[in-house]
Ligand binder design. Structure first.
Ligand code: IPD
Ligand code: CA
Ligand code: CA
Ligand code: CA
Length: 254
């Protein structure tokens, strides 16, 4: 049953990638949400409606949490819950036409079960979970080397780095280098493939859910900076990292 859902959601990710690439050849509206730094396009909304409709066909009893308002009112993680980000990195989508992702996660009775991150412009679907491992397309990923902060590149939330809260500038200083890509999905991909040692950011459920499944499946650490286990519905400042980077970073942040 779960494996059948997994196969169908993988196909859905390729279908939505194709739709998104086609849609980018036409014009679309860009609107402000809370400020000029926070955008939504007609493609975000169309993708979300399409994904939610297909997910309801795939798993009719599941609930859906999604960013742009076409999901369900969900207050707990009982049963099957899909968490959907129809375009992650909307600013990059609009300004760069690259460095954005589409993400879905399936949580079953609160357990992170399957994660899917589509790197749209690179034709790569990162997916896995449920003990099966993590794959990019059909190629299985290994757990990244357990490097320390000194030997790793870090991604830190841009706003937090600018205002210097939680002592994060010290994390940036002690890392081998600092990177910011502007899409939680792409940044999670970099952690699970070992290109980045850790990612520290404020994450909403749809920013975190898919990457959290894939990171945990690979034995990486997903923690709140208060060192609490992360609840995907109420998470705030979250660290996704190798074990050693997690321990180094949690010593530094306050
Ligand atoms: C955003 C991106 C960005 C992160 C923001 C998210 P969105 O997602 O992941 O990298 O810094 O916090 O909101 O809104 O483009 O889906
Ligand atoms: Ca958004
Ligand atoms: Ca997002
Ligand atoms: Ca989004």
């Amino acid at each position: 049953m779960l494996q059948e859902i997994d196969q169908k959601v993988q196909q859905l990710m390729w279908d939505v990638q194709k739709r998104t690439l086609d849609r980018m050849k036409q014009s679309y509206d860009v609107n402000l949400k809370t400020s000029y730094k926070d955008l939504v396009t007609t493609v975000d909304k169309e993708n979300e409606r399409y994904l939610n409709q297909r997910l309801r066909e795939i798993d009719p009893d599941a609930k859906i949490i999604s960013e742009e308002g076409y999901g369900d009112q969900v207050n707990d993680l009982k049963g099957h819950v899909f968490i959907v980000d129809p375009i992650d990195g909307t600013m990059n989508f609009v300004m760069q036409h690259c460095n954005f992702a589409i993400m879905i996660a399936l949580y079953v009775d609160g357990e992170p079960t399957y994660g899917y991150i589509m790197d749209v412009m690179n034709d790569k679907l990162y997916h896995g979970g449920n003990g099966d491992g993590v794959f990019v397309n059909n190629h299985q990923l290994n757990t990244p080397a357990n490097n320390s902060l000194h030997d790793s590149l870090m991604v830190l939330n841009a706003g937090l780095t600018l205002d210097g809260g939680h002592n994060v500038r010290e994390v940036g200083k002690q890392a081998r280098g600092l990177r910011m890509y502007g899409s939680a999905g792409i940044e999670m991909i970099y952690v699970i493939t070992g290109r980045i040692g850790g990612y520290l950011s404020y994450l909403k459920p749809w920013d975190l859910a898919a990457g959290m499944v894939l990171a945990l499946e690979l034995g990486l650490v997903v923690k709140g900076i208060d060192e609490q286990q992360v609840n995907v519905l109420s998470s705030n400042l979250v660290l996704v990292a190798t074990k050693q980077v997690a321990s180094d970073v949690l010593e530094l942040v306050d």
